[in-house]
Ligand binder design. Structure first.
Ligand code: ADP
Ligand code: ZN
Length: 788
């Protein structure tokens, strides 16, 4: 018999899969099955990516153990992992790991079940299964031979399904007391009390709940179990969702606009075919309700729905609404889950207990089966892009997954990315529109305050006189205000008055930001933290001056201007504390806070009926960034935050403070004119050669040694230029925007042109320079979000 082999993706930062021999006599593991293999001195669990023909004369190592008897996830997910690795030139093992159970490799057992009892008469496997489902391993023992190939055929014919039996794996068990029909007379007060409690609970309750306030009843309960008055069972714990307290409105009867969108969406869900939509709905137009109804339609058709949001921690209100709407069948995946919880959620989804999955970027790989709808909310958000390997964009992966699953996908936004809008213009995506806000109120009135004039007149440029007046009016009327400044901390830098240089991070080439009232210095890139320096590191000058200001300083300014105001703050500094975001939002929702100051975190998704004023302290923050998306980001942020004002019965007002009141991003955000912004911005992208007018591929090379970094990147730059043949342009190598980061030297090469040609050229050049397996110190970013 000839040798058989499989290719295996290992969870390592390597670019290739590896080939292993399958020992004679053992079944050939299917694609998607995990296997234990030797790798150097170690043993590693990898995943089979396909069968291979072993090359003659090549010595192969053996697969040591097959972990799963059947693939853990469906073929579309395996295809998705493969696509991700290919498209982003990412290590395949890292991509397959995204679709597999999050941690711990526990052997799972496969159970085979006959679904068509009339099928395959005489087939020994089918005959063995006629009496009931069997573990594949049992089947093997019974038949005295390997059932794999017969099983595979029966599965193809649809006669048998093989499923994972993971009864107790990864789940916490809870003890449940069940009252039995013929309950005996209790003996003594304690037993009577236990039975009374159990009856009150409807005859079935968790032991822990029954005894919560009286643990001393345990003995009585145990005796009742012995005498047969009740039975104690083990039951899988149903994980309860952590939702923010408060009321959730809805479900609503759909508005006319919503009904029109839903009609199209319903048809798409019923058809069960790939169909991509861009849902352009102004802020407050009721997109969430559309998503939820889409999900309900999926559930009604026995299909699952996947809802991606930019960041779970920032969407507690949506999570609460989903929990109220879908209850037990929701699974929320977020970074705060413990390893065990993550594992449990993975299996809940995989086994179909959870059919509505909500999560941030990595949830695009959730093991949901029979996917009926994928939604990407706020599709323009940069957080969908993973900035470390594998560097994928969850929105784009979502569209590919929809294609592989054969499902509609909805990209929703009030301010779509230029990429998605361009796709809707070209007809690649179908456009759906919710052009109006729900309710009687139109979009808020927007006023721009020219900060240059305020400064000239000697006014406070942070809380300008018009903003201050508007705030006072809100306090008097007991309404609320949001103040946005997209810069956290106290001051943006500490500058030496003698030599004019800012205090820099010792690891990175960036200025330190001041926090805690100016007492602590923090690097926003590497999290370096120290006491604020007292002297300049360059000239030893002792006179340092704080410049620029962040959210902390704004809180101080509001308190100074309006001593009676109750002010709170929401930004990433706060978000690191567990539950802090929920606390701040809940207090604001209850009206315990008058003014909420924050970064872009306050611009998203929240819906507070008593907010009638939104102030943008410095609308130009983003425009100063050397990033081709600066105008797009500014337009998005301003539109989003303006949409937070006046959402219910009360009219809204927006005040933008700016030095550049004539910039098109500002002007068109004020007018809430997305189409005009798109035209303006596309002009710029075409002229300068940026997406979506062209594709980008960015390479960053880093090394401890400055000369290594320079030499390596120069050689790569040459190779890439040689291979260009007019299909792309090569810019650089040049020192990367953060030329020193975390103590390493970094160079950057930017390619602009045809994506496929760039990807192939980069792969070829890297293989030539570093070999097939590893590209140490090289970060490949296909479709980068920012390049500076
Ligand atoms: P978006 O996400 O588009 O900004 P939301 O989904 O937050 O908008 O909806 C805006 C507000 O309108 C929310 O308070 C929501 O509860 C409410 N809403 C949505 N649909 C309806 C409806 N059909 N009838 C009444 N209120 C609705
Ligand atoms: Zn740093």
């Amino acid at each position: 018999m000839s040798e058989r082999a499989v290719s295996v993706a290992l969870p390592l930062p390597v670019q290739t899969t590896f080939t292993y021999r399958v020992p004679a006599g053992s079944p050939l593991p299917e694609r998607g099955v995990r296997v234990l293999v030797p790798f150097g001195p170690r043993r590693v669990v990898g995943v089979v990516t396909g069968a291979e023909d072993p090359q003659a004369g090549v010595e192969l190592k053996d697969v040591l153990q097959v972990v799963d008897e059947a693939p853990l996830v469906t073929p579309p997910l395996l295809d998705l992992a493969a696509w991700t690795a290919d498209h982003y030139l990412a290590p395949p093992g890292e991509c397959y790991r995204m679709v597999l159970p999050p941690e711990g490799v526990r052997a799972s057992r496969a159970v085979a079940r006959l679904v068509d009892p009339k099928a395959a008469e005489g087939d020994p496997v089918a005959d063995a299964l006629r009496a009931g489902p069997l573990r594949v391993s049992t089947l093997e023992r019974r038949l005295g031979r390997d059932p794999t190939s017969r099983l595979a055929r029966l599965r193809r014919e649809g006669a048998v399904v093989v499923d994972q039996d993971v009864e107790t794996r990864g789940f916490r068990q809870v003890r449940v007391a069940v009252l039995l029909e013929a309950a005996r007379e209790p003996r003594g007060k304690a037993q009577a009390e236990v039975l009374r409690r159990l009856r009150e609970a409807g005859g079935r309750a968790r032991v822990a709940d029954l005894l919560r306030d009286r643990p001393s009843l345990r003995g009585a309960l145990d005796r009742l179990a012995e005498t047969g008055a009740l039975r104690v069972e083990e039951e899988r714990e149903t994980s309860s969702l952590d939702v923010m307290p408060g009321e959730t409105p809805g479900p609503f009867s759909a508005s006319t606009d919503q009904a029109r969108v839903l009609e199209t969406l319903d048809a798409a869900v019923s058809d069960g075919k790939y169909r991509p939509f861009l849902l352009h709905g102004v802020t407050g137009s009721g997109k969430t309700e559309v998503y939820f109804r889409g999900a309900e339609r999926c559930l009604a058709r026995d299909r699952g729905a996947l809802l991606l949001v930019p960041e779970i921690a920032l969407t507690p209100i949506l999570v609460r609404a989903a929990a109220a709407r879908f209850g037990e069948t929701v699974s929320v995946l977020h970074s705060g889950l413990s390893g065990a919880e993550r594992h449990a959620q993975w299996w809940r989804i995989r086994e179909g207990y959870a059919r509505v999955v909500i999560g941030a970027r990595s949830a695009v790989f959730a093991p949901l089966t029979d996917v009926g709808l994928i939604v990407v909310d706020e599709e323009q958000e940069a957080s969908y892009k993973q900035e470390e390997s594998p560097r994928y964009h969850a929105r784009d992966v979502a569209v590919v997954r929809a294609k592989l699953e054969g499902a509609p996908v909805v990209l929703g936004s009030a301010t779509p990315s230029l990429e998605s809008w361009a796709n809707s213009v070209s007809g690649k995506y179908e456009r759906l529109a919710l052009p109006a806000r729900i309710g009687p109120r139109g979009l808020p009135k927007v006023e721009v305050v020219d900060r240059r004039a305020v400064l000239k007149a000697g006014g406070d440029p942070v809380i300008t006189p018009p903003l201050r007046e508007a705030l006072e009016l809100r306090l008097a009327r007991k309404e609320q205000a949001l103040l946005l400044l997209n810069r956290r901390g106290y001051a943006t830098s500490l500058i030496c008055r003698e030599c004019g240089l800012p205090a820099l991070c010792p690891n990175c080439s960036v200025a330190l930001t001041l926090h805690h009232g100016g007492k602590r210095a923090l690097c926003h890139y590497c999290a370096y933290e120290s006491r604020a320096p007292e002297a300049c590191t360059y000239c030893k000058g002792a006179y340092l001056r704080l410049t620029g200001y962040g959210t902390e300083k704004v809180v101080e300014a509001v308190k100074a201007a309006l001593p009676a105001a109750r002010v709170d703050r929401l930004d990433r500094d706060l978000a690191v504390r567990r539950g802090a975001v929920e606390r701040v939002l809940a207090a604001f929702e209850k009206g315990e806070t008058d003014v909420l100051v924050g970064t872009q975190m306050i611009a998203k998704g929240h819906d507070f009926p008593r907010v009638t004023l939104v102030g943008v302290i410095d609308a130009d923050v983003g425009l100063g960034m050397p990033d081709f998306r600066a105008a797009e980001r500014t337009f998005q942020l301003l539109t989003q935050v303006a949409g937070r004002a006046g959402r219910a019965q009360l009219p809204g007002e927006v005040i933008l403070q700016s030095h550049l009141p004539d910039h098109y991003a500002l002007r068109l955000a004020c007018a809430q004119d997305y189409a005009a912004f798109f035209e303006n911005e596309m002009q710029f992208r075409r002229t300068m050669g940026y997406p979506p007018a062209t594709a980008l591929l960015n390479l960053v090379l880093r090394a401890r040694d400055a000369r290594d970094a320079a030499k390596g990147s120069a050689a790569l730059g040459r190779a890439l230029r040689d291979g260009a043949a007019g299909r792309y342009r090569v810019l650089g190598p040049a020192p990367a925007p953060l030329a020193r980061l975390r103590g390493e030297h970094r160079y950057q090469i930017l390619l602009k042109g045809q994506r496929r040609a760039m990807r192939e050229a980069v792969k070829r050049a890297l293989v030539e320079q570093y070999g097939e397996v590893r590209w140490p110190g090289v970060a490949v970013d296909v479709d980068p979000m920012t390049v500076m």
